[in-house]
Write a protein that binds this ligand. Structure first.
Ligand SMILES: Nc1ncnc2c1ncn2[C@@H]1O[C@H](COP(=O)(O)OP(=O)(O)OP(=O)(O)O)[C@@H](O)[C@H]1O
Length: 287
């Protein structure tokens, strides 16, 4: 147990502020299914930048966890291109990938126990993560940050769900890593626990980490700098805090309308007109 990273301590090997850490283009992911294959990601373009919290939101089954797994370099995409600091991830050896994940990427699974060491107490989780990442950490301060001082010697098996979640986020955030990814980090947490988790994520982003979360939770969405909306494996829109909703036009010119606009086009067909430098969509057919 040694010195605490001060709030000004930069993320491990953080990309310079504003420089993208990850760039995904036309990302595709397929899974075997009884009826053929499921296209979990269907041409997703995404940029992940240090110093920001990006929230990925969308209905159940829309591909949020899949996109997180690809960005965390835990799954190789079936298609498209993913670059880490400009280097093609597909060109990295298994060894390089393993090292990159261990050193630079904090991962909090949808079930927090899946990202904790079952045999270690809370103190051990933080210390072990710091060791793996090759950084020094003040274990007491890390536990205090998520109000777990009194649970320092407890193992995950005897912790409440909220305590497990706070511990998983604290351990994943040690360093801090250049990239911190969490799947539904505030789901099922009361306001107090959710507040602690979100405050930790904000602090890590302020230290330069790129924070990416999948979430349905309005509290987490409000804490994000950018909100990416996924629908059926396609990124349907992106919105920064206080910005207008923007939608992504893919390389083939396809655009997904916001869900609330769909009733305007009951036949599913539109007349597309280019007028004075902008595009107008009018319903086609119908009564
Ligand atoms: N390992 C897998 N094997 C087969 N199909 C999978 C696998 N993982 C995900 N899928 C399928 O891929 C699609 C996207 O799943 P994913 O878990 O990424 O969605 P999600 O938006 O995270 O959903 P939720 O909000 O319910 O967690 C779904 O149709 C899902 O059934």
């Amino acid at each position: 147990m040694t010195t605490e990273p001060s709030p000004a301590t930069p993320a491990t090997s953080a990309a310079p502020a504003g420089v993208s850490l990850l760039e995904g283009r036309e990302l595709l992911q397929l899974y075997a299914a009884p009826t053929g294959s499921t296209q979990a990601l269907r041409g997703v373009d995404v940029t992940v930048t240090g110093g920001r919290i990006s929230a990925i939101t969308g209905p159940s089954g829309s591909g949020k966890s899949t996109l997180l797994a690809v960005l965390a370099l835990r799954e190789r995409p079936a298609g498209g291109e993913l670059r880490h600091r400009g280097r093609l991830v597909s060109g990295l050896s298994r060894r390089d990938l393993h090292r990159l994940r261990r050193r630079e990427i904090g991962w909090v699974a949808q079930r927090p126990t899946h990202s904790l060491f079952p045999q270690l107490d809370a103190r051990g989780q933080i210390a072990q993560m710091a060791r793996l990442r090759g950084v020094r950490a003040d274990v007491d301060a890390a536990l205090a940050e998520v109000a777990l001082t009194s649970r320092a010697t407890a193992s995950p098996a005897v912790m409440s769900g909220g305590e497990q979640q706070r511990l998983a986020v604290a351990a994943a955030g040690v360093g801090p890593p250049a990239l911190l990814i969490a799947d539904e980090p505030t789901a099922e947490l009361d306001d107090e626990s959710a507040g602690l988790v979100l405050s930790l994520l904000r602090t890590r982003a302020a230290q330069g980490a790129a924070v990416v979360i999948a979430t349905h939770d309005a509290r987490a969405i409000a804490a994000a700098d950018t909100v990416l909306r996924l629908r059926h494996g396609v990124l349907s829109g992106e919105q920064g805090a206080g910005e207008d909703h923007t939608a992504t036009i893919d390389g083939l010119g396809r655009l997904q309308l916001p869900e609330e606009a769909l009733p305007l086009f009951p036949t599913g067909r539109v007349v597309v007109t280019l007028v004075d430098g902008h595009v107008e969509l009018h319903p086609f057919g119908g009564p």
